[in-house]
Write a protein that binds this ligand. Sequence first.
Ligand SMILES: [Zn+2]
Ligand SMILES: [Zn+2]
Length: 224
Amino acid sequence: MRVMEGVFLIGGAGISHDADCCIYLVDAGGSLVLIDSGVGVDTEKIVKNVRDAGYNPKDIEYLIGTHKHIDHIGGNRFFKDSFNCKVIMHKLDAEAVESGDQLTTGAQLYGVKLRPCKVDMKISQTTSLTVGQLTFMLLHTPGHTPGSISVLLEKEGKRILFGQDVHGPIEPSWGSDVNQYCKSMKLLLSLNADILCEGHFGIYTSPEKVKAYIERYMQIYGCK
Ligand SMILES: [Zn+2]
Ligand SMILES: [Zn+2]
């Protein structure tokens, strides 16, 4: 599914495995960037979707893991081993993926086994990543997990926000922090994104819809 020129939704419930988060592919002009890798059960379907979008999965240069939950990073090891891509995560969530932590990644809850995966680039603060002709802003947006990141991309005059799990949940036993979440959502609002690519609930395609979506969850979680 095409979000816009060079940006695709290639995984998620009904598209790949039903436990997968929304997985996005960005064409940076030769090199590809994958945002999240799904639960890791039906990775071949994701690879097929990359091919069906007209790309060679061998061109995936970076895999950005938005946070440590299994439905987002379960396929990391497969993509790294298969296509030699560099995995990027925030350092606060990277450790659980590198050590194969079955608990805080939610792997046990999902009934799948997390294969540990090395993280090549651990960011500790907001960082920009230039790939081909594009610059990705990797924003530290803790709350859902301590090391959650959101990705902002400007392309053809549009600000595309890969906010991933904007909807939460905010579950303290999974390391969520509501105060951090509220602060992070304020940051996302301040970006005035034109398009929001969410982690499970699809794509919002106008600044008004993006704002309304984020504000709705801020209200649900009692942000002031
Ligand atoms: Zn999550
Ligand atoms: Zn999720």
